[in-house]
Design a protein around this ligand. Structure first.
Ligand code: HEC
Ligand code: HEC
Length: 287
């Protein structure tokens, strides 16, 4: 009880970080896109753990890759499917100038953001372009989805079902964990898609080789995170796979070189569903 009272006092006395709250306003603001019809939130929705449910995202124009989840993304090593950015602030900046997402130019962005100038000056003491990305960065730091069933089971608060427990065991036994590991079950390394195939059917879109021009980086992507994965269908960079179970079976064929049985896939799916966390508090409160 004393703990709860303390949390209550902390939240209400200090509230969320002011930068984060300003970042949240910017994130939801459609005026910050070329046609004033798209906001960051258009493709990064709470319901889908900060992703969307489209095969490929549609902003100012139709894009060509599946949206990525933003919950817990602050823990990732690097950003975008091919991990081309190591800095989250830079990734946030890129989103504004991407021609199919927000479609902005620097001049237009500064003009449209000017309505927030007084707020920026109050919080930062000044107004500079980089503060736009910084405020959204602070908002992302609050986009952490806690207390998944898996986390609770590690703390001994709940028990996993037999199927979930077996799925976790298989996830380790089959070696999914060699690539999907760490705090986010992924998001911390680059790996090849289709290690065990001579030829993969999924199209090669914006892999690491498009940046490095190295042959060995063909079909190399940043390993996606599996926290909240059940909320962010469809799957893979081209969004071609609708069901999580199918994605698990394909991963077996493509990246482990095994045929995963129906029962095993069901159990792994049950385990992956235990990685669904709570909606970050800042999305519910503090507007
Ligand atoms: C049209 C839909 C769309 C809009 C609008 C959009 N995004 Fe995205 N976002 C995507 C897609 C698609 C990706 C994956 C792109 C890629 O890998 O090349 C992505 C990836 C990201 C990532 C990388 C996440 C990770 O873990 O790698 C960040 C950060 C991000 N977006 C932030 C933003 C911000 C901030 C805004 C607003 C300024 C925004 N996005 C607007 C579709 C969108
Ligand atoms: C060798 C590394 C590696 C192994 C082993 C591996 N994966 Fe993956 N996984 C990846 C990469 C890379 C991707 C991204 C593919 C892409 O570009 O679309 C991915 C994608 C996924 C996705 C889709 C994620 C999304 O956001 O769309 C799921 C689900 C998944 N893996 C689950 C598994 C499971 C379950 C196993 C074990 C059966 C497994 N993976 C084994 C590297 C691996």
């Amino acid at each position: 009880m004393r703990g709860i009272v303390l949390i209550f006092i902390v939240v209400f006395a200090f509230g969320f970080n002011k930068k984060a709250l300003l970042g949240k306003e910017l994130f939801f603001d459609k005026d910050l896109s070329l046609n004033k019809k798209v906001s960051c939130e258009s493709c990064h929705k709470a319901k889908y753990a900060g992703g969307d449910d489209k095969r490929v995202s549609v902003g100012i124009k139709r894009g060509y890759v599946n949206s990525l989840v933003l919950f817990n993304s602050v823990f990732n090593c690097c950003y975008f499917w091919n991990g081309r950015r190591f800095s989250l602030r830079k990734a946030i900046k890129d989103a504004f100038f991407n021609s199919y997402e927000m479609g902005m130019t620097k001049e237009l962005l500064l003009k449209r953001v000017s309505k927030y100038k007084i707020k920026f000056i109050k919080i930062y003491g000044d107004f500079k372009e980089e503060y736009i990305y910084d405020a959204i960065y602070y908002f992302f730091k609050e986009l952490i989805s806690l207390n998944s069933k898996f986390d609770k089971s590690l703390r001994g608060e709940v028990n996993l079902t037999k199927s979930e427990e077996r799925g976790y065991f298989l996830f380790k036994k089959y070696g999914c964990i060699t690539c999907h590991n760490g705090i986010n079950f992924g998001g911390n390394s680059f790996q090849k898609l289709g290690v065990f195939l001579d030829k993969i059917t999924i199209p090669r879109i914006e892999d690491l080789a498009t940046i490095t021009k190295r042959k060995s980086d063909i079909y190399v992507y940043r390993v996606p995170i599996l926290r909240n994965i059940a909320k962010s269908a469809p799957y893979f960079h081209d969004g071609s796979v609708k069901s999580l179970k199918k994605a698990i079976i394909l991963m077996g064929e493509w990246n482990i070189g095994i045929k995963i049985s129906d029962k095993d896939a069901n159990d792994i799916e049950a385990f992956l569903k235990t990685l669904n966390g709570e909606e970050p508090k800042i999305l519910k409160e503090g507007r």
